[in-house]
Write a protein that binds this ligand. Structure first.
Ligand code: F3S
Length: 292
């Protein structure tokens, strides 16, 4: 069996940056906490724990030391509260999220009604909303866009991981709601690239293994885009979940991984698949099929 790795897989730029910042902030001399899990991956949370970095849900739980703000970003009030507590802030907000926060803030300050297109309960959307002083509307579907009233000035911002085609459909409706409209297309391409690479690879192989936390929405989406083109795709969190049955009569298998999956977890899966199937394995970085 040949094993291929998707061209875009695993950590995106923002998650890698946040994890690197967290790891390098580990400090035996002081307490280090992340506000919310830094990524949706239990293995990584454990690794950080081993380095002495704990996860908390509220600033109130941190008595002193360093606080790491994760890639989703937080409300402006959190920075103020952390400063008042004399905590050292390690700001790992993804620069793409920061851009969305700033765009929303500038629009609301300039007198625009801000509409955030995204999942209302997602922490990133909550953080963007906070930068509008809770004044923005959050919508997720074209039906919700239809229901909005007309505004004299309308500014639109996107959740960074929102699907581009869905965003465009919603914007098309919102265009009829205002004479003066500003569109900030704050969508990050990392998610699209990863999904496209998964589909491209799934077309070439017999089975796809999708690696990532069971609570990671973007990993689940990778599995479903592979299944949508008719390929079996198994969502696993670690190598121990691989089953030999999945590879019976399989000539080629593909591996992809969600944005919160560390490289070492992908490597363990790859090595376990090698062990299970033993021969004729090739390692590719770009997902293209070449003879092994
Ligand atoms: Fe940032 Fe895009 Fe990742 S917004 S956290 S690089 S998915």
């Amino acid at each position: 069996m040949k094993i291929y790795l998707a061209e875009h897989r695993g950590f995106c730029y923002g998650v890698k940056r946040a994890v690197d910042m967290a790891i390098s902030s580990a400090d035996e001399g002081c307490l280090v906490h992340t506000l919310g899990p830094i990524i949706h991956n239990p293995q990584m949370i454990n690794r950080l724990k081993e380095l002495g970095i704990k996860t908390v849900d509220q600033l109130a739980e941190i008595p002193e030391g360093k606080v790491i703000i994760r890639s989703h970003g937080v409300a402006p009030a959190i920075y103020r509260q952390a400063e008042n507590k004399h905590l050292t802030i390690i700001d790992a907000t993804c620069p793409h999220v920061k851009k969305a926060q700033q765009a929303a803030h500038e629009l609301v300050t300039a007198g625009y009604k801000v509409v955030i297109v995204g999942e209302p309960h997602h922490p990133e959307v909550q953080s963007i909303l906070a930068w509008t002083n809770q004044e923005a509307a959050v919508i997720e579907t074209p039906a919700e866009a239809e229901k909005l009233p007309n505004y004299s000035r309308l500014g639109i911002v996107a959740q960074t991981t929102f699907a581009a085609n869905k965003f465009d459909a919603i914007v098309a409706i919102l265009k009829s709601k205002s004479e003066e409209i500003r569109i900030e297309r704050t969508i990050c391409t990392a998610t699209d690239f990863r999904q496209q690479a998964a589909v491209n690879l799934a077309k070439k192989v017999d089975v796809m293994i999708v690696v990532g936390g069971k609570n990671s929405a973007n990993t689940a989406r990778l599995a479903s885009v592979c299944q949508d083109i008719g390929k079996p795709a198994y969502h696993i969190e670690s190598a121990s979940e691989l089953k030999p049955d999945w590879f019976i009569n399989v000539q080629a298998a593909g591996i992809t991984a969600g944005a919160s999956t560390p490289d070492w977890v992908i490597k363990e899966v790859y090595e376990r698949m090698e062990e299970l199937t033993m021969h004729d394995v090739i390692h590719l970085e770009n997902g293209s099929l070449i003879k092994g």
